[in-house]
Design a protein around this ligand. Structure first.
Ligand SMILES: Cc1ncc(COP(=O)(O)O)c(C=O)c1O
Length: 482
């Protein structure tokens, strides 16, 4: 919640109190250097003992509420027919308005089933922007091409456009004409587009996409992993929605999609996911595959003990102080950095503060994994674990060439209800130091990489021994320990 101070400044105040905490440690810079070297300059490979603030992701690391923990304990454990599942289905109906729902073990499992059932081998799947696992399933499971039809504004990291996650409607119509509707598996809209810097789409845009899908008889699938943030942005930014509630906006968004899925690791603060729809015949096409790949119909690969908390999480995510808790922290974070001239994605999005690595390190060529280098440097300078979202996160093409990402971002995610403003202030300070010393940061090269989703397991090394020099400069300014 935003509270106005007497100075006029707006302060994002947490509307919850911590009643259970976990100790964290900040190891000295020399050890941080050793840890990132051993991790092959890939922050996915770090161990949490070497991390001070874990801002790799907002996925599966959010703080559950007391009511969610209560639901965890109250679970009706059963392989089949658990009442906990039916309570969850009631929450899906109440909050999202869908009659039919199946759980899956996480978001990518939903993507697997949807690509398997509705993908057209040799065809295309259209989206406002890809997510890594989505693209992998579109290509590997559906055997299709992932077509991203974002508006031109989406790739401008410095912008005031309130809805950079919009789909370009003209490009959508042109693509359907070009490929033919029989070649299009489905149209996918991702809420609060993760890889575009957590940028939302507008309700107006979603309605237009719906209209085009209706005209062409195409399925519209909504990835609602970050739906409550997208709804919060619509509430704050879209004309005509300021008097609606976040709950009403979420219902309206859902009413526009044929099929909805989400990764429950984000908005609902548990581990799992689900697919939901009002179209029984579509549900019937997916359902037979559920026990093959996930689990029985009333648990679908999730632990029963997480399905109860997921139901509570769904009901809680429509509260604006929950839907907006990370957004308001991110706004504070981004606006402070922007004010200091440090290049960040604007307007502030949901999910994370995204640092524009291309502008931060203009001297590092794109062949040397710019965002990967900045992400590794941030760990050395602060113990903060962020995530590379750039070329390392793109797999090579079939000829083995790098596919250069549209954006090179260092994503500093804000898990919900976990970190405080003092943590954010600390990161701002260390980013400022890194920006002043940016000439010390050079590129990376791959040492080993798997053929798919290489950013998880790939190992890299620094060029020109820059990490040693950066660490020495840091110690000179801050001493051996911090
Ligand atoms: C928008 C979006 N869709 C799908 C996924 C995949 O979900 P999961 O990690 O639960 O498999 C993610 C994960 O971050 C996501 O952000």
């Amino acid at each position: 919640m935003i509270l106005k101070l007497s100075s006029g400044q707006e302060l994002p105040v947490e509307m919850h109190k911590a009643r259970m905490v976990q100790k964290i440690e900040l190891i000295p810079a020399e050890q941080r250097l050793k840890a990132i070297q051993e991790a092959g300059y890939n922050t996915f490979q770090l161990k949490t003992k070497d991390i001070f603030l874990d801002m790799l992701t907002d996925s599966g690391v959010n703080a559950m509420s007391d009511n969610q923990f209560a639901a965890f304990i109250k679970t009706d454990d059963a392989y089949a027919g658990s009442m906990t599942f039916y309570e969850f289905a009631d929450a899906v109906k109440d909050i999202l308005g869908y009659e039919h729902v199946m759980n899956v073990h996480q978001g990518r499992a939903a993507e697997h089933l949807l690509s398997k059932v509705f993908g057209k081998p040799g065809g295309v799947i259209i989206t406002n922007y890809h997510f890594t696992t989505t693209k992998a399933h579109i290509e590997v499971t559906a055997g299709s091409v992932c077509l991203e039809l974002y508006a031109d504004e989406a790739l401008k990291t410095k912008s005031t456009h309130p809805f950079k996650g919009n789909m370009d409607i003209q490009k959508l119509k042109d693509a359907i004409r070009k490929y033919g509707k029989e070649k299009v598996g489905y149209v996918r809209m991702e809420a609060t587009t993760n890889l575009l810097g957590g940028q939302p789409f507008s309700m107006e845009n979603l309605k237009e996409v719906r209209k085009v899908c209706d005209e062409s008889g195409l399925l519209l699938i909504l990835d609602g992993s970050l739906i409550s943030e997208n709804a919060y942005f619509i509430w704050k930014r879209e004309k005509g929605y300021e008097r609606k509630t976040v709950a009403e906006i979420i219902k309206e968004m859902c009413s526009l999609a044929d099929i909805f899925y989400l990764s429950g690791r984000k908005n609902t603060c548990v581990r799992g996911g689900f697919i939901a729809t009002n179209r029984k015949e579509l549900f019937g096409q997916i359902e037979p595959w559920l026990p093959v790949y996930e689990g029985f119909f009333t648990y679908g690969g999730m632990s029963m003990r997480e399905i109860g908390p997921m139901a509570v999480g769904l009901r809680e995510m429509v509260d604006p102080s929950v839907a907006g808790c990370a957004i308001e922290q991110i706004k504070y974070f981004v606006e402070k950095l922007d004010g200091m001239g440090i290049p960040v994605v604007t307007p502030p999005g949901g999910l994370a503060c995204h640092v524009d690595a291309k502008k931060f390190l203009p001297h590092v060529p794109k062949e040397q994994y710019i965002a990967g280098a900045l992400t590794a440097a941030l760990h050395i300078a602060s113990g903060v674990r962020a995530m590379e979202r750039g070329t390392i996160s793109m797999d090579r093409d079939k000829d083995g060439n790098d596919v250069y990402a549209d954006l090179e971002l260092t994503r500093i995610a804000l898990p919900r209800r976990v970190y405080s403003l003092s943590h954010i202030e600390y990161i701002i300070d260390r980013l400022k130091w890194l920006y002043q010393n940016r000439e010390l940061i050079k590129g990376l090269k791959f040492v080993s990489e798997p053929p798919v989703l290489r950013f998880f397991l790939g190992k890299l090394d620094v060029l020109d021994n820059w990490s040693r020099k950066l660490c020495d400069a840091f110690k000179k300014d801050f001493g051996e320990t911090w």
